[in-house]
Design a protein. Structure first.
Length: 285
């Protein structure tokens, strides 16, 4: 069974996104640059991370080709529509085996994509980090970005200095895929993740992965959880928001965030098209 490896939050202005998340109490890793035209900044959490992403060198973006999915072109085209939560990434120890298994299950797959880039350690030294990516998609959800990522230096993404956040952020608790037909994707998501544990209600299906829950929901279930309407309904089933578990809310408690149930909610209108819920958990978690 796969877990949620990281979330890609796409925006046209990377520096504005960095400033916004820093103001929320997150520790931000220095900017990185991909060789295919996108730049990023990472927020490291336990078992997962958030990736703030922009198209920084559009001339370097490769187009999609037959049998080849272009990560950068997908995010470029997504950003032509709006900012938002563009992709969910699963963990894997073997991207090529995933592609074979998904293809055998009848899913649309693509050639594996391997790349590396230079990252920076807290002491300022450079380190080379490498990845193999396995892309998959569903014709009923063209704007639901989904792939598995095999890390060759996973320790880079859990450095003690970067895991300390003044808002107490620890883990991603859940990810919400929303749309009137989102629940129809349950078989697809269960096949891709290998998850067997799930619960179903009238307006949502919760699928438990190794690291966090994926919720397939209609708009009313999302509104009940986050207190706002989901962004981008024109996208069909899409990534609309997520919840972060915090050991202590710290500066978040001083911000004018609406509260719905136990979530302190940052609305899509105030967060580059993505809803974020913050929940306080026992400090031992």
């Amino acid at each position: 069974m796969k877990g949620i490896n990281h979330l890609i939050l796409a925006g046209r202005d990377l520096e504005a996104m960095r400033s916004n998340y820093q103001a929320l109490g997150f520790t931000i890793v220095p900017r990185g640059q991909h060789p295919f035209g996108t730049g990023n900044s990472i927020i490291q959490l336990r078992g997962t991370y958030l990736e703030l992403l922009s198209v920084t060198n559009p001339q370097d973006v490769p187009e999609h080709r037959a049998g080849n999915f272009s990560f950068a072109a997908f995010n470029r085209d997504y950003l032509l529509r709006h900012d938002g939560f563009s992709m969910m990434v699963l963990d894997t120890s073997d991207a090529r085996a995933d592609i074979q298994a998904w293809h055998a299950a009848g899913l649309k797959t693509f050639e594996p994509f391997d790349f590396s880039r230079t990252g920076k350690m807290p002491d300022g030294t450079d380190v080379k980090v490498g990845f193999s990516l396995a892309f998959v998609n569903h014709p009923a959800a063209p704007w639901l970005g989904l792939f598995a990522c095999q890390h060759y230096r996973p320790e880079y993404y859990e450095q003690p200095q970067y895991l300390k956040h003044s808002n107490g952020a620890s883990t991603v608790r859940d990810v919400w895929i929303v749309g009137e037909t989102a629940m129809d994707l349950a078989s697809y998501i269960r096949t891709v993740t290998g998850a067997n544990s799930f619960s179903e209600g009238p307006h949502a299906i919760a699928i438990q992965t190794g690291t966090g829950t994926i919720v397939l929901a209609r708009a009313q279930a999302f509104e009940a959880a986050f207190g706002v309407t989901p962004p981008h309904p024109e996208d069909g089933p899409h990534l609309a928001g997520f919840t972060v578990a915090c050991r202590a809310l710290g500066p978040l408690a001083e911000l004018p965030l609406a509260k719905t149930g136990n979530r302190h909610v940052l609305t899509p209108a105030n967060n580059f098209g993505t809803a974020v819920g913050f929940v306080e958990v026992d400090g031992r978690q």
